[in-house]
Design a protein around this ligand. Structure first.
Ligand SMILES: [Zn+2]
Length: 358
């Protein structure tokens, strides 16, 4: 490789690293722009780093805005607090074993369980809220959770957060798209044709000018933003001189949010209805079909909250819990079919199978 190609490869690698974010393993990210439908991105939850997982933001132009959502990480049960660590892992901590401590963005719940939250302020909010829940009666906890669930499922607020993220970052994203094309497209073509020459130096100078404009745009966009972006001026300096920071300047703006992230189902209207409904089915099955479900008269707490939300959104039960046409016993949670004679699905922790009517 020539020096120029090596430099190009280093730029590309630094850019990809800049697109990586460490988020809670159960988090959801949506990417989109003002008028487009948004698409969802999930973290690689197989990799657990400091209680979170890496997530790759959309990297190719036209560069998009991002917004974060969190499913209910903490659900109060009668004797214990249920903690969602990732999509497939959860922990249960009895109320008297709960010892809460915040370390930056990590909330420690007992000596062996911790959860990463999107920001230090949200970690503090949950520390305080869980301490309150601990002192309540089971019925008070149930009501407090349902209230939190209602707030997190506000579809209007979630759509507003997303559209504001797109609006605030519009000019930053446009310039970043130009910068991306210049950096990875035009300069490499010029270099390929003319080798080390003044023309390449001139193209690189244009890149620097674009970065300086981006830095000024960043400072202007974030002048009144609350919460304040950490190290805002240092970041602006980095944007002026480091191409990867200049191309990803919008992420710092759209992903520094103070209000609590919504539940992913609050993105109704933002996502394609079909994709949203699929997510709704998935959340419903996980909340509704837990071991012991055929005997329980009342819905589990999470399912109760979802049920109220679906009713409020006028979604028919057949849409979020479609009836099964299977001839064999089926797991209502994961949909697997079994031979007759088997009563529970081991993959789902012993969820009782649904037996087809004869
Ligand atoms: Zn199953």
């Amino acid at each position: 490789m020539t020096d120029g190609q090596t430099l190009f490869a280093v730029f590309a690698l630094l850019y990809l690293i800049e697109c990586l974010r460490l988020v809670p393993s159960a988090a959801w990210m949506a990417a989109g722009a003002e008028k487009s439908r948004w698409s969802t991105i999930r973290p690689w939850s197989r990799f657990q780093i400091g209680g979170g997982s890496p997530l790759l933001l959309t990297a190719l132009p036209p560069l998009q805005a991002h917004t974060l959502a969190l499913p209910w990480l903490f659900v109060p049960e009668h004797a214990a607090l249920s903690v969602r660590l990732s999509d497939s892992m959860s922990a249960s901590i009895t109320w008297d074993q709960l010892s809460l401590r915040v370390d930056e963005t990590t909330l420690h719940l007992d000596p062996s369980t911790s959860v990463r939250l999107p920001s230090p302020s949200l970690a503090k909010v949950w520390q305080q809220r869980l301490a309150e829940w601990r002192g309540m009666t089971p019925d008070q906890r149930r009501r407090a959770f349902l209230k939190h669930a209602r707030t997190s499922l506000d579809t209007k607020a979630a759509a507003k957060t997303a559209s504001e993220a797109a609006k605030h970052t519009r000019s930053l994203r446009r310039l970043a798209t130009t910068h991306f094309i210049w950096c990875f497209g035009i300069i490499s073509v010029v270099y390929h044709r003319f080798g080390d020459s003044l023309l390449v130096l001139g193209a690189a100078a244009v890149l620097l000018v674009l970065q300086i404009i981006q830095s000024w745009l960043f400072l202007r966009t974030t002048r009144k933003q609350t919460p304040v972006i950490p190290y805002r001026r240092w970041r602006a300096l980095g944007i002026a001189f480091l191409p990867q920071l200049a191309m990803r300047a919008a992420d710092a703006v759209s992903l520094t949010t103070d209000p609590e992230p919504p539940h992913p189902l609050a993105w109704r209207g933002l996502l394609e209805e079909k994709a949203w409904l699929q997510t709704a089915c998935q959340f419903w099955r996980e909340a509704r079909y837990i071991p012991g479900w055929p005997q329980n008269d009342a819905l589990p707490l999470e399912a109760e909250a979802l049920h109220a939300f679906f009713r409020h959104e006028n979604i028919a039960e057949a849409d979020y819990d479609p009836p099964s046409n299977a001839k064999l016993p089926t797991c209502p949670r994961c949909g697997a079919e079994f031979q007759t004679g088997i009563a529970a699905c081991n993959d789902c922790g012993g969820v009782e199978l649904r037996i087809p009517a004869m």
